[in-house]
Design a protein around this ligand. Structure first.
Ligand code: XLS
Ligand code: NI
Ligand code: NI
Length: 444
């Protein structure tokens, strides 16, 4: 596996393949919980978790912020020709995927190939890298979880992409999504993501929200149809986020996106890619947005990361909060899994984590946290009365008049008459602390 004669171990020579060694190992570069072949219920851990590596954070993001330059150097950044840079980066990326043992990766068009100075040149750049990526996929067995288009970095998108008030910008967004869909199909991508980067507004005072939302719906219907036309059989995903970079983003949270998809006739082809940090930004818990999506039959995939509850930024930390992951995996298990979606580490190491090995450590942390969360969630579901307790709270709707209410055969008059007849209801404890205790007892 070489490009321009470079071997696979050029980029991270000091780190080998990361293996499962069990909870008692004292090695840093080893998994304590993620044992890809271990059966959990009826599936292997690998098939439950479907881990993916995010190209943008792991291979493009040097840690720069509005106050200072990057703190990490990527070996491929020494190539000043952007296409050389892209080729070496691709090689480094596949070395990383293979060593960390992730079955999938995800990218934006502009992460893997540089934008050219015309639509045609940009397409050509992308096609060239895609052809190489296809080869790497073949030799390594690593697959594409999803592709997407970066419709937010270029200055032309400052007022939005498909929601831009200038139709000429919408056309450029179309050109990019068309090419990114082709790239995704070519690489056998199992999903295609739309994160509404700047689809929102900086101020409502100059914005026709109704028209912009309809433009977004129209654009997505066209994208859906084009994808189907060129053979994309996977799931289209929208990734909710309430703000940043726009002051307000139209895909605010799961509930908002579900309403939008139904309103725009997109609900049959689209599901949601729920990100922990974005749920937090919307003022929800991770579990809330996952559950809202799952309840609508629309939980398609997850951007696995962790926000900081003390501030309102999209910090995209690697997931280390076991509680969060237990809750998440309980929801995933109850809906029967995530496939064809997966858990994509849309996460970055802190700016202060400046060693190349930190990227390995961070992914090991995230993979182990989710693997442990999966084991605990499975144990709770299989061996405790957690779900039964929850179900029992609603048992008054299982038969008799409660069931009649649920199926719509009662009237307001009936409710009044029943209230009168049955008198004051007995007090029933919600028992939240008991549920919390139960989860803690299963963290072993
Ligand atoms: C940014 C988003 C982005 C999407 C892909 O906040 O999370 O990284 O996942 O466009
Ligand atoms: Ni994301
Ligand atoms: Ni994010």
């Amino acid at each position: 596996m070489t490009s321009k004669g470079v071997t696979t171990s050029e980029f991270f020579p000091e780190i080998g393949k990361i293996n499962y060694e069990g909870p008692d190992t004292d090695h840093v570069f080893a998994f304590r919980y993620y044992d890809e072949h271990r059966m959990v219920g009826n599936k292997t851990m690998k098939d439950h978790l479907r881990f993916a590596i995010a190209y943008w954070h792991s291979f493009c993001n040097t840690g720069s912020d509005p106050f200072g330059a990057g703190t990490r150097e990527f070996p491929w950044d020494k190539y000043s020709d952007p296409m050389d840079n892209a080729k070496y980066k691709l090689e480094g990326a596949f070395e990383f995927f293979t060593k960390i043992g992730a079955p999938y990766y995800c990218f934006h068009d502009r992460d893997i190939a540089p934008e050219g100075n015309s639509v045609a040149q940009s397409e050509k750049n992308l096609q060239e890298i895609v052809a190489m990526a296809k080869e790497y996929q073949k030799t390594t067995g690593v697959k594409l979880l999803w592709g997407t288009a970066n419709l937010f970095s270029h200055p032309r998108y400052m007022n939005g992409a498909s929601t831009n008030p200038d139709f000429q910008v919408v056309c450029h967004a179309g050109a990019q999504v068309k090419a990114a869909l082709e790239a995704t199909v070519e690489l056998g991508g199992e999903n295609y993501v739309f994160w509404g980067g700047r689809e929102g507004y900086a101020s409502l005072i100059n914005t026709n929200m109704k028209r912009e939302l309809n433009h977004m719906g129209q654009f997505l219907r066209m994208a859906r149809d084009y994808g189907r036309k060129i053979g994309f059989k996977g799931v289209y995903l929208i990734e909710p986020k309430p703000a940043e970079p726009s002051k307000h983003q139209y895909d605010f949270d799961s509930a908002t996106v579900i309403g939008f998809l139904r309103d725009q006739g997109l609900a049959d082809d689209f599901k949601l890619n729920v990100e922990q940090n974005h749920a937090i930004l919307a003022g929800h818990t991770f579990a809330h947005d996952l559950q809202a999506a799952a309840d609508a039959g629309m939980l398609g995939s997850i951007d696995a990361n962790m926000g900081d509850v003390q501030n309102g930024w999209d910090t995209d930390y690697f997931p280390s909060d076991l509680y969060d992951c237990i809750h998440a995996m309980m929801i995933v298990l109850q809906q029967g899994g995530l496939a064809p979606g997966g858990l994509n580490f849309d996460a970055k190491v802190r700016r202060t984590s400046s060693d190349a090995e930190d990227m390995f450590i961070a992914h090991i942390l995230g993979m182990d946290t989710f693997a442990r969360g999966l084991l605990i969630a499975q144990n709770i579901i299989e061996n405790s009365n957690f779900l039964q307790m929850k179900e029992n709270r609603y048992s008054s709707f299982d038969s008799g008049e409660g069931a009649a209410f649920e199926n719509g055969s009662l009237t307001m008059e009936d409710l009044k008459n029943l209230a009168e007849k049955n008198g004051e209801p007995k007090k029933t404890s919600g028992k939240i602390e008991l549920y919390e205790m139960l989860i803690n007892n299963y963290i072993r």
